[in-house]
Design a protein around this ligand. Structure first.
Ligand SMILES: Nc1ncnc2c1ncn2[C@@H]1O[C@H](COP(=O)(O)OP(=O)(O)O)[C@@H](O)[C@H]1O
Ligand SMILES: [Mg+2]
Length: 473
């Protein structure tokens, strides 16, 4: 029921002081919270620190935006500091949700919100000029925090696992009265993880009053109210989404653990290709390798270049859509020899020169001239660091993902399984491929940094790189 006058409105705000969902429904006019959202809001009302590990699409940002407005309107002259991994992502998520809530509110809340989503810092002022406000803070604007005080001060950290320590330190100096840190448990390190561990340590202690303990709440995407529904009318995690993520990453993956089960990963990255998929690829014989069946697609050659001085290898891979046909590798193959091998293999396998690629970073930039001397003028220069489109960190990650998809037994059933011949080079190549790891950060798939991979392997992953390169176009 809409309050009729100022007195009724003040009374409503008073009744909402410790009841977030009342505010949410009666003031903001939004649908009610689901059970775990209520649990989180109650914790913010009663505890100093609340840490929430959550899966994707559980309504984190929606809840955080509501809590910010609730806190401001039920606590006169309060201050809310909002932060996240980047000012831009803050602008596009929490403040966007605040705008939406204000626009749909049953009661005219007044106030003034910074108009441009890119403004830094983003501010929502309850009474313009009074300091009674919510302000967004990023690494670039963190110094604006110093000297800010308020009797009631709430800190909201969205995507809290990705926030810099520098920001947490600035937050510490605020002597806040409430903090809500919420996000996917992406990294088993940093402040978010430490707070979670602190909560676990304090849970059973009798010498600390409950209100002083850090509260830890875990919300898996599968706990959501629409997890069994084919399609959520609100955009919360639903069966369709869960099923598609299960098929993409597997429910044993680190990705599933972090983004669905809301558990901290043991390591930072997932193995890119399960060893079983590789073993399946070497477990059968291919009986068509030399026939020119157009269904086997274009034959292609990819070359990863070593220095030719014995430190790392040059690897040349020949494959078609059905599998790897031949691999030539050697630690004494310099540029000249590599060009010769490419020419020889191109002739043997009738590879069209536009399907020949070579790693053009480092010494590879000098290969073009050598190939031209063999009459190969249209080979492709491959740069792993080039763009991989909007879902991949770079071309190397996109190509590696293509390789993974080609091996995935749950992939297109109409395609013949990919074949890898078990030859002398395979054990080493297999070891390199198994060592490849990936992580997904804010929707962008990234391969583990090559130096880290090389350090773990004790050598440069030349076989894996050449094979990945062959999947880059
Ligand atoms: N209790 C709720 N009632 C209705 N819609 C909700 C509720 N909680 C969240 N939503 C909606 O669900 C969608 C996903 O919520 P969001 O906060 O973006 O999730 P997350 O931050 O966990 O990924 C958004 O469209 C949001 O408006
Ligand atoms: Mg969110």
């Amino acid at each position: 029921m809409k309050p009729r006058d100022q007195a009724e409105l003040i009374d409503l705000f008073k009744r909402c002081r410790n009841d977030f969902d009342l505010f949410n429904v009666e003031v903001l006019g939004r649908p009610p919270c689901w059970s775990r959202q209520i649990e989180i809001a109650e914790s913010v009302a009663t505890r100093r620190d609340t840490v929430v590990c959550s899966g994707n699409a559980t309504g984190k940002t929606w809840l955080a935006a509501g809590i910010i407005l609730w806190y401001l309107y039920t606590r006169p002259r309060s201050l809310v500091v909002v932060t996240g991994p980047g000012q831009t992502s803050l602008g596009s998520t929490i403040f966007k949700e605040i705008r939406r809530a204000l626009a749909g509110a049953v009661v005219d809340l007044g106030g003034k919100i910074s108009t441009s989503p890119g403004a830094s810092p983003q501010i929502f002022e309850v009474v313009p000029g009074s300091g009674w406000e919510a302000m967004g803070i990023s690494t670039n604007s963190v110094e604006r925090l110093s000297g800010r005080h308020a009797k009631n001060l709430l800190v909201v950290v969205d995507e809290a696992s990705g926030v810099d320590e520098e920001i947490y330190q600035a937050i510490d100096s605020l002597n806040y009265d409430r903090m809500l840190a919420i996000g996917n448990p992406i990294r088993p390190d940093g402040r978010f993880y430490d707070l979670w561990r602190q909560a676990e340590r304090e849970r059973d202690r009798t010498d600390i009053p409950d209100a002083h303990k850090v509260a830890a709440i875990r919300v898996a995407s599968t706990d959501g109210p629409h997890a069994a529904l084919e399609r959520s009318p609100f955009g919360l995690a639903d069966a369709g989404w869960l099923d598609s993520m299960r098929r993409r990453y597997g429910d044993q993956s680190q990705w599933w653990k972090v983004h669905v089960q809301a558990l901290f990963p043991d390591t930072l990255a997932d193995g890119l290709i399960p060893p079983e998929w590789l073993d399946a690829a070497t477990s059968f014989r291919r009986n068509d390798p030399f026939c020119n069946d157009p269904a086997a697609g274009h034959r292609r050659i990819a070359c990863d270049l070593g220095e030719g001085v014995g430190r790392d290898r040059t690897v040349v891979v020949v494959r078609d859509d059905r599998g790897i046909l031949e691999v030539v590798a050697g630690d004494r193959l310099g540029l000249e020899e590599a060009a010769y091998e490419i020419k020889r293999l191109a002739d043997t396998y009738c590879v069209n020169e536009q399907f020949i690629s070579y790693d053009a970073a480092g010494i590879g930039r000098d290969l073009r001239g050598r190939l031209e001397r063999h009459g190969i003028r249209r080979a492709r220069a491959y740069h792993g660091s080039a763009s991989g489109g909007k879902n991949f960190y770079n071309l190397r990650a996109a190509a590696a993902w293509n390789f993974r998809c080609r091996l995935d037994p749950a992939g297109d059933p109409a395609r013949t399984p990919f074949h890898i011949p078990y030859q002398t080079w395979w054990p080493e190549a297999r070891e390199e491929i198994v060592a490849l790891r990936f992580e997904v950060i804010e929707g962008v798939t990234k391969l583990e940094n090559k130096e880290l991979l090389a350090a773990r392997l004790g050598r440069s992953p030349d076989f894996a790189d050449a094979i990945i390169q062959s999947f880059s176009y």
